[in-house]
Write a protein that binds this ligand. Structure first.
Ligand code: PEP
Length: 252
């Protein structure tokens, strides 16, 4: 068996924080960095705090990410943020297709794929989120839904594009609910996603990092990250707590 990929833990702050809390969170994380030996870390604050966080992360090993981007080039698109602007502030990653964007802002598979492509054109690494609703899982449609979401990206960007991308499997029923998928449940879907990609390109499938997201916390991260196809986590609520986020990062 080949060597496992490097664990990536990304904190998604969602629409939380203030100037003060953003600063103290980053200060606290930086102060505890010696606990994190091998995990790659990223932080995705709300757009408006990106400049503050970018300045504070300078000279550290922690990467910066955004939570969304426009599919358009800069121009007359009120309220949007374009890929070159994220690059301008030093973002490495950008989350695309988070389930909250799909559910509350009507983002379709096609739009998510367009955002994925636009991000890569600018040299950003998309973290593309996929995952089924509880009713889809209960109806036995988990594989069908996840395959459809993955295929939208594969057909828009090609399998080789996944060389510079990350996938986050986030079952919607586990996000912010305190209900985590068991390591075996998550592993099953991660293996399914990797196999789906391997149908197109086995080499890329072996390399692409697939994070798990959905109520990851300080107590469950280690057993999730130990699974063969789980390459880290996309962390919501626990990313807002210094101690918990550091413990999760140290679990990699
Ligand atoms: C997320 O926001 O992507 C997420 C997984 O949230 P939580 O960790 O709070 O479930």
């Amino acid at each position: 068996m080949s060597q496992k990929r490097r664990i990536l833990v990304a904190g998604n702050w969602k629409m939380n924080g203030s100037k003060e809390s953003a600063k103290s969170l980053i200060e606290g994380i930086k102060a505890g960095l010696d606990r994190v030996k091998t995990t790659e870390m990223a932080i995705c604050p709300p757009f408006i705090y990106i400049p503050t966080v970018a300045a504070m992360l300078e000279g550290t090993t922690i990467a910066l990410g955004a939570q969304n981007l426009a599919k358009e080039d800069p121009g007359a698109f009120t309220g949007e943020v374009a890929a070159p602007m994220l690059k301008d502030f030093g973002c490495t990653y950008v989350i695309v297709g988070h389930s909250e964007r799909r559910a509350y802002y009507g983002e379709t598979d096609a739009l998510v794929a367009q955002k994925f492509v636009r991000a890569q054109q600018e040299g950003l690494v998309p973290i593309v989120c996929v995952g089924e609703l509880l009713e889809e899982r209960e109806a036995g449609k988990m594989e069908q839904v996840v395959a459809r979401q993955i295929d939208a990206v594969l057909s828009a960007a090609g399998a080789s594009a996944l060389e510079n991308a990350v996938i986050a499997y986030e079952p919607v029923w586990a996000i912010g609910t305190g209900k985590t998928a068991t390591p075996d449940q998550a592993q099953e879907v991660h293996a399914f996603i990797r196999a789906r990609i391997a149908d197109k390109d086995a080499g890329i499938a072996e390399k692409v990092r697939i994070q798990y997201g959905g109520s990851v916390n300080a107590g469950n991260a280690a057993e999730l990250f130990a699974m063969p196809d789980i390459d880290g986590g996309l962390i919501g609520g626990a990313a807002l707590k210094i101690e918990d986020f550091l413990t999760i990062c140290a679990a990699g």
